[in-house]
Design a protein around this ligand. Structure first.
Ligand code: CP3
Length: 355
């Protein structure tokens, strides 16, 4: 038997089971806003060295838990590990974000892309998962993750971050079969990768679809949601007698929550542009909801943070099925004391939602 973690609030909330208070974790909780993260990264030499060295990935995964009473750990890694393992020449230049040396733009480029074996080319991630589980000693659950095929494809095709997604939209409207072939390969690779994370000990999973919101509703269904649905359908949903919940997060996807709930995911991430009460009505209790404090609130004084946490809790309302989080990742300029204020406010204010 896989004994449940001592603190199983996150897993219970994702399955809409009763909890004593709302669980809380924060997207990018291990990151540059923490001085201890910056120190470990300096020691590692680079962000990629952190990701590819299990001991260092484990160390930074645990850092936010040593500071704050969070209800989950999230694997320290990146959604671009799959492109890295595909051998497209990934690098991260400080202050510039990811760069891909050999972008994927033609049918021939797609055909030449390998589907990485998670146990060899992505072994460093799988080893990090086992090591983190061991070091956590069952205190809180460990979340694994991957990018959605569409979101990872935007980096592969654009060659890095993008504002306007001109190149991938050129493919989408001009050569949709080529884009589908790429998404198909990414979906295969992601499914193998996530199932390997589950086998190594990940207790819940999240798919990050950061750029699904730049699509039209029809294109979202065809080029993003359909591939996430395929992944959800192929995942190992139960391991050692425990359900492995899966969270889908499309940033800017507030209008499509009902369709997202139809994929069979257990929970949906919601950004701050959607009201949780409306999201709850739209999805009719079929899924749990995760979110959705505006990350910019973390720049405000602690008293404002507390009020805004209260507003998010009130917007979800009473009852189970809510996981507190930001609507997107914490930014590097945030004072860690403000994150402490957020976590304390959830602990103080949320028990009233569960009586
Ligand atoms: O949440 C966590 O604490 C786990 C770690 C995590 C990282 N990236 C670490 C990271 C997770 C879950 C991600 C996901 C990720 N990576 C996404 C989806 C979520 C989102 O934020 O929208 C995306 C789009 C990426 C791709 C990526 N990685 C970009 C565009 C960048 C550069 C921009 C930036 O924030 O610097 C990264 C780098 C990255 N990934 C950093 C961290 C901590 C910063 C690297 C550094 O230390 O310099």
């Amino acid at each position: 038997m896989n004994t449940p973690p001592a603190n199983d609030r996150l897993l219970r909330a994702l399955l809409r089971q009763p909890v004593d208070r709302t669980p809380v974790w924060i997207m990018r909780q291990a990151g540059r806003y923490l001085p201890e993260y910056r120190a470990t990264r300096a020691r590692a030499g680079s962000f990629l060295a952190l990701c590819t060295t299990p001991e260092l990935a484990c160390e930074v995964t645990l850092q936010p838990l040593q500071r704050f009473p969070l209800d989950a750990a999230i694997l320290f890694s990146d959604i671009l590990t799959i492109p890295y393992a595909m051998g497209v020449g990934l690098s991260f230049e400080t202050g510039e974000g990811p760069k891909i040396e050999r972008p994927i733009r033609s049918a021939a480029d797609v055909a030449a892309l390998p589907v990485p074996d998670p146990h060899t080319e992505l072994r460093f991630v799988i080893d990090a998962v086992s090591l983190i589980r061991r070091e956590l000693g069952g205190r809180v659950p460990l979340l694994g993750f991957a990018g959605s095929p569409w979101t990872v494809a935007t980096y592969l095709v654009e060659g890095g971050s993008s504002r306007d997604f001109v190149r991938i939209k050129h493919l989408l409207y001009g050569a949709p079969a080529t884009l589908h072939a790429l998404l198909d390969k990414l979906a295969q690779a992601t499914l193998l990768y996530l199932n390997a994370q589950i086998a190594a000990g990940a207790q819940a999973l999240m798919l990050f679809d950061t750029w699904g919101g730049v699509l039209t509703p029809a294109a979202y269904r065809e080029f993003s949601l359909a591939y996430m649905q395929r992944i959800v359908a192929g995942l190992t949903r139960e391991r050692a007698g425990a359900r492995v919940p899966v969270i889908l997060f499309t940033k800017g996807g507030g209008a499509w929550l009902e369709r997202m709930a139809g994929t069979g995911a257990d929970a949906l991430g919601v950004d701050w542009t959607t009201d949780l009460a409306a999201a709850r009505r739209q999805t009719g209790g079929r899924v749990a909801l995760q979110g959705n404090l505006d990350p910019a609130v973390l720049r405000a004084p602690p008293a404002v943070i507390r009020d805004e946490v209260g507003r998010v809790l009130a917007s979800y309302g009473p009852g189970p099925g809510h996981v507190f989080n930001l609507g997107h990742g914490v930014t590097p300029d945030v004072d860690p004391e403000h994150v402490a204020a957020l976590v304390a406010a959830v602990q103080e204010l949320s028990p009233a939602c569960h009586r």
